[in-house]
Design a binder for this molecule. Structure first.
Ligand code: HEC
Ligand code: HEC
Length: 298
C-alpha cells in the first residue's frame, strides 16, 4: 500500500513537472515568435490629399473593421476581454499614437504585410484581410488616418492565456505575417460595381474569421465562448439558404440579426453595417459564385 502511495506521488510530481515544462516552453516559443524579425520589402504608395480620397479613406476605415479595434476616433479600443485571460486592445493610431514616427512605407508594411516598423509581426490584427487593398485604397486610408485629430494615450494591449501562447508558439494559431504571401505584387486596380470580382475584393475582409475559402469553422485562437464562423459556401451547414436575395443579406449586415430576428454573435457589425449598397451587393454576388466546401475547411 505504502509503495503505491509513493509511486502515485512520483507520478503526480512527474506529471506536474511536465505541465510546468510545457508551460515554460510554450510561453518561450510564443514570445520568441512574437519577437521574430519578418523581412519584407515594401514600396510606398501615393498619399492623396483631395477631399474625395479622404472620404474614400474614411469609408474604408469605418467599413473594413479598423474601428472594431482602434475605435471610430482612432484612439484605440478594447476588442476582446475574455474571462479566461485573453485581452486585446488595438493601439491609438491617431497622429500622436504609435504611428507618430511613421513614414508612408511603415503604414504600407503594417496594413498590408502585418509587420511593424521594427520588423516584428502585428499580433491579432488581421492584415491578411488588408493585403489585397489596392494602392489607391491604401493611400486613401493612410491619408484619412493622418488627418485624424491627435488623441492622448492608447497603447496596444495583448494579453494571452497560456494555451493560446503555446498554440501560437507551435504554429497552430498563425499571425497575419505568417499567413500572408509577402511576394505577391499589389492588387491591380479594380472597378467598384456590383460584380463578383469586386465582391471578392471586398470579401477579403471576411477571410480572417471565415477562412480563405469562406467555409468557416472555429476561428484559430478565439475564446471558447465564440461560436464557429458560418459556412458561406453552399457546402454542408451553409447559412446562405437564409438569404435568398441581396436585400435579406444587406438587412442582416445592417441589423446584426438573422431573418428570424435572432442575434448573430462575434461578427463586427459596427463595421459591416457601414458597407454601402454597392459593396454589400457585390459581396453577395461573389458569395453566390463560391464552390461548395465542407463546413470548417476554412
Ligand atoms: C481585430 C483587431 C484589429 C483590426 C480589425 C485592425 N487592427 Fe490594427 N492593430 C490591432 C492590434 C492588436 C495592434 C497591435 C499589434 C501589436 O503590437 O502586435 C494593431 C496595430 C496597428 C497599427 C500600429 C502598429 C505598430 O507600429 O505598433 C496600425 C498602424 C494599425 N493597427 C492600423 C490598422 C488599420 C488601418 C486597420 C484597418 C484597415 C486595422 N489596424 C485593423 C488590432 C486590429
Ligand atoms: C470577427 C470575425 C468575423 C468576421 C470579420 C466576419 N464574420 Fe461572419 N460570422 C462570424 C461568426 C463567428 C459567425 C457565427 C455567428 C453565430 O453563429 O452566431 C458568423 C456568421 C456569419 C453568417 C451567418 C449568419 C446566420 O444566418 O447565421 C454570415 C452570412 C456571415 N457571417 C457573413 C460574413 C461576411 C459576408 C463577412 C465579411 C463581409 C463576415 N461574415 C465577416 C465571424 C465573422
Amino acid at each position: 500500500m505504502k509503495r503505491w502511495i509513493k509511486w502515485g506521488a512520483w507520478f503526480l510530481a512527474a506529471g506536474l513537472l511536465l505541465v510546468v515544462a510545457a508551460a515554460v516552453l510554450g510561453t518561450q516559443l510564443g514570445e520568441r515568435k512574437r519577437m521574430r524579425h519578418v523581412d519584407v520589402s515594401v514600396q510606398a504608395v501615393a498619399v492623396p490629399d483631395d477631399p474625395a480620397s479622404l472620404e474614400r479613406g474614411r469609408y474604408l476605415f469605418l467599413s473594413r473593421g479598423c474601428t472594431e479595434c482602434h475605435g471610430v476616433n482612432g484612439g484605440g479600443r478594447e476588442f476582446i476581454n475574455d474571462p479566461n485571460g485573453l485581452r486585446v486592445a488595438g493601439p491609438n493610431i491617431t497622429p500622436s499614437g504609435v504611428v507618430a514616427g511613421y513614414q508612408v512605407v511603415d503604414w504600407v508594411r503594417t496594413i498590408r504585410q502585418g509587420v511593424k516598423p521594427d520588423g516584428r509581426p502585428v499580433f491579432i490584427m488581421p492584415s491578411e484581410e488588408f493585403n489585397r487593398l489596392t494602392d489607391a485604397d491604401v493611400g486613401a486610408l493612410i491619408a484619412y488616418l493622418k488627418s485624424l485629430p491627435p488623441l492622448p494615450g492608447g497603447a496596444a494591449v495583448v494579453e494571452l492565456p497560456l494555451p493560446v501562447k503555446i498554440l501560437y508558439g507551435v504554429g497552430v494559431i498563425p499571425d497575419a505575417a505568417g499567413t500572408i504571401d509577402h511576394s505577391l505584387p499589389p492588387q491591380q486596380p479594380i472597378a467598384a460595381g456590383v460584380t463578383a470580382a469586386y465582391g471578392a475584393y471586398v470579401a477579403n475582409m471576411c477571410m480572417g474569421c471565415h477562412g480563405a475559402g469562406l467555409s468557416g469553422g472555429r476561428i484559430p485562437g478565439s475564446p471558447p465562448s465564440w461560436p464557429a464562423a458560418a459556412n458561406l459556401t453552399p457546402g454542408d451547414g451553409s447559412v446562405m439558404g437564409r438569404y435568398p436575395d441581396a436585400a435579406h443579406f444587406i438587412a442582416m449586415l445592417r441589423s446584426g440579426k438573422r431573418p428570424d430576428g435572432s442575434a448573430i454573435a462575434v461578427m463586427p457589425f459596427e463595421s459591416l453595417g457601414q458597407l454601402d449598397d454597392t459593396d454589400a451587393q457585390a459581396v453577395y454576388a461573389y458569395l453566390k459564385t463560391l464552390p461548395a466546401r465542407p463546413h470548417g475547411q476554412r
